[in-house]
Design a protein around this ligand. Structure first.
Ligand SMILES: *[C@@H]1O[C@H](CO)[C@@H](O)[C@H](O)[C@H]1NC(C)=O
Length: 178
């Protein structure tokens, strides 16, 4: 699988920055994103496969690289891998600079199992955006990366995120059809 098999996608962050990620996209630097809380929710189910999972990690790293302001009081990243159940990879507080975040993504190990996206979204809502103590007045974003249909219901969990003012973006992975 090469990057060209990805659906091109667009992430619009409410600070007004647009990141277009495509195989040939020019380098983007998001200096004017002062602060944001961004969680990746990554499908690690068996249908993805090890090779594609590596592509997913590369892809995540490429989308993190433009954010030069990764710090505790600025842009923070979290990551959850899910299949049957969610696995916490890192919280907003675990890493204090971009290279630490990139290393954590690089070292993430493929989980395998079924695809319960609803449970994954619920985990993000409860553990990243749930507690008042952790809340900051910054854009809140969840980027779901999955290869397809969930085996559980996602509606309620997606609604919970919405009620928390979290913007949810879905990135679809698909096999090309020629
Ligand atoms: C990132 O943070 C770690 C731990 O605090 C530190 O060891 C490392 O030098 C930092 N890297 C950069 C590029 O600032």
């Amino acid at each position: 699988m090469t990057m060209s098999m990805w659906l091109p996608f667009l992430v619009v962050i409410s600070a007004g920055v647009t990141i277009l990620t495509e195989a040939q996209a020019p380098k983007v630097i998001c200096k004017n994103v002062d602060a944001a809380d961004i969680v990746y929710l990554v499908d690690g189910s068996s249908s993805i496969g090890r090779v594609n999972f590596q592509e997913v990690k590369d892809f995540i790293e490429e989308t993190i690289r433009p954010f030069v302001n990764v710090r505790q009081n600025a842009v923070r990243f979290g990551l959850v891998q899910y299949s049957d159940d969610p696995r916490l990879e890192f919280t907003f507080r675990d890493h204090s600079n971009q290279s630490q975040v990139l290393t954590a993504v690089h070292n993430m190990r493929y989980k395998g199992g079924n695809t319960r996206t609803g449970v994954g979204l619920r985990y993000v809502a409860d553990n990243y955006f749930g507690s008042n103590k952790l809340k900051r007045n910054v854009p809140k974003i969840t980027i779901l990366i999955t290869d397809g249909k969930s085996q559980d219901n996602v509606g309620e969990s997606a609604a919970k995120l919405k009620s928390q003012d979290v913007k949810l973006f879905a990135v679809g992975m698909c096999q090309p059809r020629f």
